[in-house]
Design a protein around this ligand. Structure first.
Ligand code: ZN
Length: 169
């Protein structure tokens, strides 16, 4: 911001203040921030584009072109994108949306299948409690054995479960 102001002949003092070009003043009340400015005198503020728009009375697009030229940023903004470039950008955006949706769905399915394991594990616990051997039994109830075995297997599945991270775009 300081660089931009000084480029247009507005001096910034050590404290980071400048004489505001948008209102008449003798002591600087325009505070310069790293990427923006704000005038405590007239309330005008913004970024480099706002500054250039206001200083030279330009549209946003023209201000962008001027900033690009004045600071040799090399942005390809003065050329209109070709239909092919626009289509490619559109396709790219759709692709990103599709990928994002796919990840979200995978994340949800992943959680649901894990919850299935949890529910089944609880169910096994129920069977184990209900069909556990009581004193005097000479054989184990088949459901008790089955539930024990199943719960062991579920333990193994849950311990080796891979959680997909839901990526934020
Ligand atoms: Zn001002």
């Amino acid at each position: 911001m300081r660089h931009a102001l000084e480029n247009y002949g507005i001096e910034v003092n050590r404290a980071g203040y400048a004489l505001c070009p948008f209102h008449d003043e003798k002591t600087g009340s325009l505070k310069v921030y790293p990427h923006s400015f704000y005038c405590y005198g007239c309330g005008k503020g913004g970024d480099v584009i706002t500054l250039v728009r206001s200083l030279f009375d330009l549209s946003f697009r023209d201000a962008l072109i001027k900033v690009n030229a004045d600071f040799a940023l090399g942005l390809p903004i003065d050329k209109k994108p070709t239909i092919r470039q626009r289509r490619a950008a559109q396709e790219k955006r759709r692709e990103l949306e599709r990928a994002q949706m796919h990840r979200q769905r995978a994340h949800i399915e992943n959680w649901e299948s894990y919850l299935d394991l949890v529910v089944e594990w609880e169910l096994c616990g129920l069977y184990i409690r209900n069909y556990k051997p009581v004193p005097g039994d000479d054989t184990l109830h088949p459901w008790f054995v089955k539930a024990l075995r199943r719960r062991d297997y579920l333990d193994y599945l849950m311990n080796s479960y891979v959680f997909y991270e839901e990526e934020s775009a």
